[in-house]
Design a protein around this ligand. Structure first.
Ligand code: C2E
Ligand code: CA
Ligand code: CA
Length: 435
């Protein structure tokens, strides 16, 4: 995190450690440590700039302070990491506070006309049960925070039974380095439906990590950490290889689909990326037009010039480009209109809540119009209800993806799903078939 971000006037790591030490020294005391980081801070900072990053941190600090009782201590440990020390004595009380903390950060933050959503996972450790020194208490709260992230919960209390199984960031990074060599990185596949023809026209490869001790990990458990290390490039290339080889296998079975692969910001601004993608296509024997790369608005905004160049190269090769999570970023429409993009993917936060008169419904409707006016296809993601499919069709939406059509599937299940589509279409008015 750049050192230029000003502190939102909270005590820092040093004073927090002193406060925890005081609690420990008072042997009769019982206390809990809550640790959290914000999952979209880096994106706000990178795309909107440090001024907005500062504003966000200040507002986070204000909301957190409101949750505290007398005697509680709050600190900003660095970057987007916050900690709270409270004299609460039971795990249940600590979990209650942690949940209130997570809840209070959920609503949008209004930063000078820009509305920003963040989320936090909170890890908890207890004194004296979990540890009786500052370092270990913080470390165990960190383990719990990762436990929360990997199970996609808001809150986790430290549990020693999970400790071996929920390594710290550092251990996980080392594991991933090994895992990349050992084929532990796999892809699951989620199909998408063309709403005009009723055909399944593409699948999205979604990374999973088959961790030898932790079991199957979703991207939420490791992607953020990977994006902060130089492992995001090997990870992306691994998923690309796996997905393209799968596309080639399906081709041989007569299933010809666009294969969509997600690309992280750090990878997109690498000038080598287009030629590496071309190599991967050649290795798998898949034509460029069959590959779609999904990039987020924030990926485009972190270094717009290089991103533009790279996208241009990719599209010249015939590769399709989709803007993922559309509507959640902060890019200007003028900038998007200039990009060699073929599709926008409307974020599931709008699609999931698009009642006929809701704000989200209006956003979905106007995004579809906007996409069409720019000559792009609109695809709605996060379609959980079958009824949404006909609503989307009425709005002129081109395609849909979501649990209502299919969950992400393992390679085996996806192959079976694609080969037996007549079993699939519970969707009225559609005879799903592969293009
Ligand atoms: P995404 O690109 O927006 O992918 C869609 C995510 O939404 C997937 O979560 C999928 O399981 C979930 N999803 C699909 N349909 C529905 C639905 O109807 N309702 C709800 N609530 N969720 C739905 P997953 O697999 O956990 O992936 C999460 C995110 O991780 C992805 O979001 C993407 O940003 C990232 N990701 C996944 N695979 C890769 C990868 O290979 N490389 C990179 N860089 N990022 C990846
Ligand atoms: Ca995606
Ligand atoms: Ca998305």
């Amino acid at each position: 995190m750049p050192a230029t971000i000003r502190s939102p006037q909270l005590p820092n790591r040093v004073s927090f450690r002193e406060a925890v030490q005081d609690a420990i020294t008072d042997r009769r005391a019982r206390a809990c440590v809550l640790l959290m980081d914000l999952d979209r801070f880096k994106e706000v900072n990178d795309t909107l700039g440090h001024h907005y990053g500062d504003l966000l941190l200040q507002q986070v600090a204000t909301r957190l302070r409101r949750q505290l009782r007398e005697g509680d201590q709050i600190a900003r440990l660095g970057g987007d990491e916050f900690a709270i020390l409270s004299r609460l004595s039971t795990r249940a009380d600590a979990a209650g506070l942690a949940q209130r903390v997570a809840d209070c950060l959920r609503g949008p933050f209004e930063l000078e006309q820009i509305s920003v959503d963040v989320q936090a996972s909170v890890g908890i450790s207890m004194f004296p049960e979990d540890a009786d020194d500052v370092e270990t208490l913080l470390q165990k709260a960190d383990v719990a925070m990762y436990q929360a992230k990997s199970t996609r919960k808001d809150v986790a209390v430290y549990d020693e039974r999970c400790d071996n199984h929920s390594p710290s960031k550092l251990a996980l990074t080392a594991d991933l380095r090994a895992g990349l060599q050992d084929d532990q990185i796999v892809a699951w596949y989620q199909p998408a439906l063309d709403l005009r023809s009723g055909q399944v026209f593409s699948v999205e490869a979604l990374v999973r990590w088959e961790h030898p001790r932790l079991g199957l990990l979703p991207p939420a458990a490791f992607l953020e950490m990977t994006e902060h290390t130089n492992l995001i490039k090997p990870l992306t290339h691994r998923v690309l290889d796996v997905a393209l080889l799968q596309a080639a296998t399906w081709r041989e079975l007569g299933i010809e689909l666009t294969m969509a692969v997600n690309v992280s910001p750090g990878v997109l601004i690498d000038e080598q990326f287009p030629s590496q993608v071309l190599d991967a296509l050649r290795r798998a024997g898949v034509p460029p037009a069959q590959l779609k790369l999904e990039v987020t608005e924030s990926a485009l905004m972190s270094d717009p010039e290089v991103a533009h160049e790279v996208l241009l190269e990719l599209s010249k090769l015939g590769i399709q480009i989709s803007i993922d999570d559309f509507g959640t970023g902060y890019s200007s429409l003028a900038y998007l209109a200039d990009l060699p993009v073929s599709e926008v993917k409307i974020d599931r936060s709008f699609v999931g809540r698009m009642g006929s008169r809701s704000k989200e419904g209006i956003i979905v409707n106007s995004t579809i119009d906007l996409a069409h006016n720019l000559g792009l296809r609109a695809i709605a993601e996060g379609v959980e209800e079958l009824s949404l499919i006909s609503d989307l069709k009425t709005l002129g939406c081109d395609a849909a993806q979501g649990f209502a059509i299919s969950y992400p599937l393992t390679t085996g299940d996806a192959t079976e799903w694609l080969l037996n589509l007549e079993k699939v279409p519970r969707i009225e008015g559609f005879k799903a078939r592969v293009a």
